[in-house]
Ligand binder design. Structure first.
Ligand code: ADP
Ligand code: TRP
Length: 321
C-alpha cells in the first residue's frame, strides 16, 4: 500500500504530532511504501517570518530523521522541493468548486483565530489534494482535524476522474480513534497554534515547566480522582501500555494521589522515552549540509513518481498540445 502524510513546519514538533502522526509514519515504512514530507508551502499561509520558516523546516527534517525515518526505505522530502505539486494544484483548482472550499470548517476556524484570509489559505485544500494525488497515495494517516481535507481530496479526485477519465487514485483517510485528539496542557487539542504543546525535544527545564503547567482539577489529595476526565492522565497514558494504564488508573481511584507527584514522574517518563533519539538529533543539527543532502536526494526520488502522475493529468486535460 502507498501511504502518505505530511506535517507543517509551523513550530517545534510536539507530542500530539509524534503520537498521532510521526510514530505511525515511522512504523508504516517497515511494510508499506511510505511518502512522508514537510509541508512548507502550506505553512506559508501562517508563518510570515522567513527565518522562522527556514529554521522550523530544517528542524522538522532533523526530528523525523532522528526519530527513525529512513530515507532509503521511504520517500522523505520537503514539499517545496517538488515543483510539480504547484502545477497539479492549478490543474485541480480549475475543477474545484468554490462551494467546496467555502464550506471548509478549517478555513473558517483559522480566520476566526486571526490568520489572514489569503487566497493561499482558501485554496489550502486544493494544494493538499495535489500533495496526495500527485503520488497515487492510497492511505493518508492524519489526525481527526484533517479528515475533512482528505474527504475534499476524494471529491476533487472523483470529479477529475469523472470529467477526464481515471487518472487519480481515490485515497482513504486513516484515523486512529484512540489517539484521534491528543490534548494539550489546557485540555484543548495539543496544537502549535494554541500555545499548549509539550515539544518532543524540549530542554529538560522547559519540559519540566510545561508538564507542571498541565491543568488538573481542584480535588484535594484525599479525594479519589477521575482518570477519564483528566488531562494529565491522558498525556501520561500515551507512554503506557495497557497494564501501566490500569496501574495509574488504580492510583487515581484511591485517595492520596497528588497531581504534583504524577507530574514529576511524567517529566522523567517523557525525557527517558526520547533519550535514545537525542544524540542522533544533536549530530544532525551540527551537520546541516548532510541533512540538506538527504532531503535533496529524497526530493529527486519523489519527483520521478510525481512527474508520472502529472504527465497523465496534463494529457488528460489537454495541456499536451
Ligand atoms: P498543529 O496543530 O500543532 O499545527 P499540524 O496541523 O502540523 O499540528 O499537525 C500535523 C499532523 O499531526 C496532522 O495529521 C494532525 O492532525 C496531527 N495532530 C497534530 N496535533 C494533534 C493532536 N493534538 N491530536 C491528534 N493529532 C494531532
Ligand atoms: N494540512 C495538513 C496539516 O495541517 C498537512 C498536510 C498538507 C497534509 N498536505 C498533506 C497531510 C497531505 C496529509 C496529506 O496537518
Amino acid at each position: 500500500m502507498r501511504v502518505l502524510s505530511g506535517i507543517q513546519p509551523s513550530g517545534a514538533l510536539h507530542l500530539g504530532n509524534y503520537f498521532a502522526m510521526m510514530k505511525r509514519m515511522i512504523e508504516f515504512q517497515e511494510n508499506h511504501e511510505l511518502f512522508c514530507f514537510i509541508v512548507n508551502y502550506h505553512a506559508l499561509t501562517s508563518v510570515k517570518d522567513a527565518d522562522l520558516l527556514r529554521k522550523n523546516t530544517f528542524e522538522a527534517c532533523v526530528d523525523f530523521l532522528a526519530l527513525g525515518i529512513d530515507p532509503e526505505k521511504s520517500f522523505f522530502y520537503v514539499q517545496s522541493d517538488i515543483p510539480e505539486v504547484t502545477e497539479l494544484t492549478w490543474i485541480l483548482s480549475s475543477i474545484t468548486e468554490m462551494g467546496l472550499l467555502q464550506r471548509s470548517h478549517s478555513y473558517k476556524d483559522k480566520i476566526a483565530k486571526g490568520i489572514e484570509a489569503s487566497h493561499g489559505l482558501f485554496a489550502y485544500p486544493v494544494l493538499m489534494a495535489a500533495d496526495i494525488l500527485l503520488y497515487g497515495a492510497q492511505i493518508v494517516p492524519v489526525g481527526k482535524d484533517q479528515k475533512s481535507h482528505v474527504e475534499m481530496t476524494r471529491d476533487i479526485a472523483q470529479k477529475f476522474n469523472h470529467s477526464y477519465g481515471d487518472v487519480f487514485v481515490i485515497p482513504e483517510p486513516d484515523i486512529q480513534d484512540e489517539l484521534a485528539v491528543i490534548p494539550g496542557l489546557d485540555g484543548q487539542k495539543m496544537s502549535k497554534s494554541y500555545d499548549n504543546t509539550i515539544e518532543i525535544f524540549a530542554p529538560q527545564d522547559v519540559l519540566k515547566n510545561k508538564v507542571m503547567r498541565i491543568v488538573t482539577d481542584a480535588k484535594t489529595v484525599e479525594e479519589p480522582k477521575d482518570p477519564d476526565n483528566c488531562n494529565l492522565f491522558a498525556i501520561y497514558s500515551l507512554f503506557l501500555d495497557g497494564d501501566g494504564r490500569d496501574e495509574l488508573r488504580e492510583r487515581y481511584l484511591k485517595p492520596g494521589l497528588r497531581y504534583g507527584d504524577v507530574k514529576k514522574e511524567l517529566v522523567h517518563v517523557i525525557w527517558n522515552f526520547f533519550e535514545p533519539y537525542r544524540e542522533k538529533r544533536e549530530k544532525l543539527l551540527r551537520d546541516p549540509d548532510h541533512v540538506h543532502d538527504i532531503m535533496l536526494q529524497g526530493a529527486k526520488k519523489t519527483r520521478l513518481v510525481g512527474m508520472e502522475y502529472l504527465e497523465k493529468a496534463r494529457a488528460a486535460v489537454g495541456l499536451n498540445y
